[in-house]
Design a protein around this ligand. Structure first.
Ligand SMILES: [Zn+2]
Length: 160
């Protein structure tokens, strides 16, 4: 395994390279190889948690008719009686979950040891790459999509 400090410098591009390498031919046959490479780049906790999400949870990508606007929703099931939904944007390394906020964004004192991403971002990328049967696409009318987007973005970003 490469030295951690040198990995973090170019981790986003290395991760993109790994995904590009396995795209579009990722399959049941070479997923093992893909996971080994991901494990080398990311923490095992993130990789394992992402795989669990893929195994047990459903992911929906809501989109407009042209698919130029997309927002994903990962259903994590019920925790303490409330349904836990995590929303994120495909292809963007950002998540509202506690792990991302506390460990990726929040670790400013020692950024070189901060994890690069969370299990939701990784699970979504893997689901798209592997065309997982847990992933489905659903077209939404513009006003409903706008409502979903408005929970993330300042109003002026989503003018249509
Ligand atoms: Zn997350």
């Amino acid at each position: 395994m490469p030295d951690i400090d040198s990995v973090n410098i170019s981790l986003p591009s290395l991760l993109d390279e790994v995904f590009a390498k396995f795209s579009p031919r990722a399959s049941k046959e070479n997923i093992g190889e893909l996971l080994v490479e991901l494990d080398a780049l990311l923490s095992s906790r993130v990789v394992q948690a992402a795989l669990q999400l893929l195994d047990y949870q459903n992911i929906v990508i809501y989109h407009n008719s042209s698919k130029t606007q997309q927002i994903a929703e990962i259903n994590e099931g019920y925790r303490h009686g409330t349904l836990k939904l995590v929303r994120l944007f495909p292809r963007i390394n950002y998540c509202t979950c506690d792990n991302f906020q506390q460990q990726v964004v929040g670790n400013q004192t020692n950024p070189s040891t901060a994890p690069y991403t969370c299990e939701h971002v990784l699970a979504l990328r893997l689901a798209v790459l592997l065309e997982s049967d847990k992933l489905r696409y659903e077209e939404l009318p513009a006003h409903k999509l706008k409502t979903l987007f408005s929970r993330f973005l300042p109003d002026n970003v989503i003018d249509d």
